[in-house]
Design a protein around this ligand. Structure first.
Ligand code: ZN
Ligand code: ZN
Length: 415
């Protein structure tokens, strides 16, 4: 009984730490205990170890560790990708030989499909170009989205890549390249999640979540059948007057009889909710027409708004474009109708300031009063993620090779 409780507690603690590490940096959880714990685990504890090591060995131990840590954090390497594949292969190796005999033909077929799909989507997510921007394809990436003059202003050049940053792109310090509609750098696929592989990333999350849930359900049902054979009084849903110690004792027996199945059932049972939550968060961002990178930019604007530093004015959607720094044409069906600027003295910009837009400046207090022009509504947002180069103006997929029409790239020049 004790070992069973210890096992449960250990798996619970490991899952909780994994949860805090994965979710602690999500902007939605800023200023929550999860974010504080994340900083404790990733910043304060390592700093503490560093301080102790400095006192004891003069910092010899941590110099090597730090070099390794810097490599892990700042360079592309497949460590976590390999860990993920090992986790999949290892779990299947432990689970399948024991479980196969208990599975019906239907579950054998469905299970095989559920096992294959995460590998397929992992391959597609990790080996598809996420939308790396080069001098050759720069014009194409410029035509995907117009600038919204709020979180993406035209005229900014990437200092590393030496071209104008297309709207919604971001330079990744780990990939060392600019990535089109960059969501975030994902250590599981050892690449950025960007314009061209976002759909594979979503399907990877979905297929992994389904596999983990499927594995947990199959494991529970196999063990429950055996436990019921041995203890006929027992049922998965405990009766009202159940003796809890007997109930868990029977579970413990079931786990020990099927160690492989039991361990993987516990693991998948813990991991499945996390993967579903990550998928839900990813789909929520798609629903909002935004990316992880953009939510960070919006939350910076929120700080300015709270301080009363954010101002907005009108922008005519039919304005003359600054074609030296922004594309004359994009496939996006809407243009911005607002310009956002911040003034740290708390006063609106002077009338004669050389800023885009027209009319008087008004102070903005809430993000709710701002329009996110990259949000076209759920269905079009899904089309943008799942159908590459979808032509929103004509409402169809691109014909002839899937490339948007080419035009001369705008040249860099200050606004
Ligand atoms: Zn760049
Ligand atoms: Zn990256």
């Amino acid at each position: 009984m004790v070992s069973f409780t210890t096992l449960i507690l250990t798996i619970l603690s490991i899952s909780f730490v994994v949860f805090v590490i994965f979710f602690g940096r999500i902007p939605a959880l800023r200023n929550t205990p999860i974010a504080t714990l994340n900083r404790l685990i990733l910043v304060h504890v390592p700093n503490g170890i560093l301080a102790v090591d400095k006192k004891l060995t003069g910092g010899r131990l941590t110099t090597g560790l730090l070099r390794f840590g810097r490599y892990l954090m700042n360079d592309r390497h497949p460590t976590v990708l390999i860990f993920y594949i090992a986790l999949l292969v290892g779990s299947e190796y432990l689970f399948l030989p024991e479980a196969w005999q208990y599975l019906s033909t239907f579950h054998r077929v469905a299970g095989t499909i559920a096992i294959i799909l995460p590998y397929v989507f992992l391959y597609l997510a990790a080996f598809t170009d996420p939308g790396y921007i080069t001098h050759t394809n720069h014009a194409y990436h410029m035509q995907l989205y117009p600038y919204d003059f709020s979180i993406f202003q035209p005229g900014h050049e990437c200092r590393t890549c030496r071209f104008l940053k297309p709207a919604r792109s971001k330079h990744c310090n780990i990939c060392k390249k600019c990535v089109s509609r960059n969501d975030h750098h994902c250590i599981f696929i050892n690449k950025c999640v960007g314009y061209r592989n976002h759909r594979w990333f979503v399907l990877l999350l979905l297929s992994t979540a389904v596999l983990a849930s499927y594995g947990a359900l199959m494991g529970v049902s196999i063990m429950a059948d055996q436990i019921r054979d041995k203890y006929p009084f027992w049922s998965i849903w405990p009766a009202k007057d159940v003796d809890w110690s007997q109930y868990f004792f029977a579970w413990g027996w079931g786990l020990q009889e099927n160690l492989g199945i039991g361990a993987i059932t516990l693991l998948t049972g813990m991991l499945a909710p996390m993967i579903w939550s990550l998928l839900a968060y990813t789909m929520f961002l798609v629903y909002c027409g935004t990316t992880t990178n953009e939510t960070l930019k919006w939350s910076d604007w929120k700080v300015d708004m709270d301080d009363g530093f954010a101002f907005r004015r009108r922008m005519s959607p039919n304005r003359q474009k600054f074609t030296t720094i922004e594309p004359a044409w994009t496939r996006w069906p809407v243009e911005t109708e607002q310009v956002l600027t911040s003034c740290e003295n708390g006063h609106p910009p002077p009338e004669d300031a050389p800023l885009p837009g027209e009319g008087p400046w008004e102070r903005v207090w809430r993000l709710k009063d701002i329009v996110n022009m990259y949000d076209l509504g759920l269905w079009d947002n899904l089309r943008d993620v799942f159908f590459l180069d979808y032509d929103f103006r004509r409402g169809r997929l691109p014909s002839g090779g899937g490339r948007l029409r080419r035009q001369k790239p705008p040249k860099a020049s200050p606004l």
